[in-house]
Design a binder for this molecule. Sequence first.
Ligand SMILES: O=P(O)(O)OC[C@H]1O[C@](O)(CO)[C@@H](O)[C@@H]1O
Length: 246
Amino acid sequence: MKIISVSDKNEMSKKAAQIILELIKEKPNAVLGLATGGTPEGTYKELVADHQKNETSYCQIHTVNLDEYVGINPEDPNSYHSYMESHFFKYIDLPKDQRFLPDGKNTSVEACVHYDNLIESLGGVDLQLLGIGRNGHIGFNEPGTPLTMGTHVVQLTESTRKANARFFGSLSEVPEQAITMGIGTILKSKKIVLIASGEEKAEAMNRMLHFSVPDDCFPASALVQHPDVTVIADEAALSLIKFSKE
Ligand SMILES: O=P(O)(O)OC[C@H]1O[C@](O)(CO)[C@@H](O)[C@@H]1O
């Protein structure tokens, strides 16, 4: 696992965008695995700014998102479909039929298997962008999720619902379930870039970097078995870690 320590969220966003842009330059038809939440917002801003300035094209790119809330319509402003549209897709030249998110309205086993098959049929994810939850969740894989699972439906923990309530009017509006790529799906990505910012992620980062073998009590620990993981974290997120920073 390569750790890149940066000063703040802005620098984290720039670095993550730079890595994504390097991949697009090298492989204009790459498959990007995308994340939502507060952490990647700045990364999308950087990519949009680059698209407007340098005209980096997404016309051959495919994107697959990690997760979506169960029971929510794609048009709902709180859906991850809407998030991707408003933070990224509406600004770039990525064709509509090359963007994929799990369907929060169809969470059958067949739909889950279909999502994993779709990713395989695209040739797999070249680069998966990840945030991390305070309890170590990646995607929406909560602690206790078997680390080999494909796309599936999860019951969200109270702490995740509380953390995400800031995007909704109130906690009661946050869906209780989500459909997410499993850890097994995520680990098939060729490259993984995990971004983290702020003191509220310090404990999760500290825990993640102390696992030498994966343990399903802390989903992000699964990343120790992946050969190409880059963590980009700001000083606040790395503040509990005692090691010489890059
Ligand atoms: O970036 P945030 O909003 O802190 O969220 C952390 C993680 O939790 C989620 O909201 C749930 O998957 C992710 O989208 C995100 O990577």
